[in-house]
Write a protein that binds this ligand. Structure first.
Ligand code: ZN
Length: 217
């Protein structure tokens, strides 16, 4: 059965980058799980409320303050992949200005590769595609837009649950989410949309039969 795993650096990234998309897929009967790499007591409570509004199935939280880059971060994402067995993974895009978002995108790419090794894991899993979302700065050339006209209100409602963040910079995040989804909607010929690039994952090195095809089309 298809499902989606969303992996983000901070609580609020899920709502700001893909809130409408998350809720839309849940409404369509496609379960969405969220793994967040950092958090604390206050922000994790806000995250639980936000993910409730977005209809998230499983929420995997952390109490890691900042990114301390070590293999355990990748292993945590591998664990979420093996547990939820997603068809696709949504995460940050590597061109994001925020260093944690860049790191998260790389860790997810590595985790997707590692989780596919049947020589390492009895329950190895191959993610089909990675979708990279935008947060505070725009993807210059998106590959795909998701029409979130009907679920924007849930994305905004979820964003507002991140009370410790939402007041910052004169409600910048709310204004940005409003404006950006309208811009993407204009590009996608709908009211509101969220934009993504698509990354083709690498799978398990060069020595697996599953990486071979009989023909290209
Ligand atoms: Zn963030």
């Amino acid at each position: 059965m298809d499902s989606i795993l969303v992996v983000v650096a901070h609580p609020d990234d899920e709502s700001l980058g893909a809130g409408g998309t998350i809720r839309k897929h849940g409404d369509l009967g496609i379960p969405v799980d969220v793994h967040c790499m950092t958090g604390n007591e206050i922000r994790n409570e806000e995250m639980k409320e936000a993910c409730g509004i977005l209809g998230v199935r499983n929420l995997f939280l952390s109490d890691r303050d900042d990114f301390a880059i070590d293999p355990s971060l990748r292993n945590e994402v591998v664990g979420a992949i093996l547990k939820t067995r997603p068809t696709i993974v949504i995460t940050h895009f590597s061109g994001d200005y925020n260093i944690n978002h860049q790191q998260c995108a790389q860790i997810v790419f590595d985790a997707v590769e590692w989780a596919s090794h049947t020589t390492i894991f009895d329950d190895a899993h191959r993610v089909q595609r990675i979708y990279n979302m935008e947060i505070n700065n725009l993807i210059s050339r998106p590959h795909v837009y998701v029409d979130i006209t009907d679920t924007y209100k849930y994305g905004l409602g979820a964003l507002k649950k991140h009370k410790s963040q939402i007041m910052k910079a004169d409600f910048f995040y709310e204004k940005l989410y409003d404006t950006r989804t309208r811009l993407r909607g204009a590009q996608a010929k709908c009211d509101r949309a969220e934009a993504f690039t698509i990354t083709q994952p690498e799978h398990a090195g060069p020595f697996y039969r599953e990486n071979s095809v009989e023909r290209l089309i």
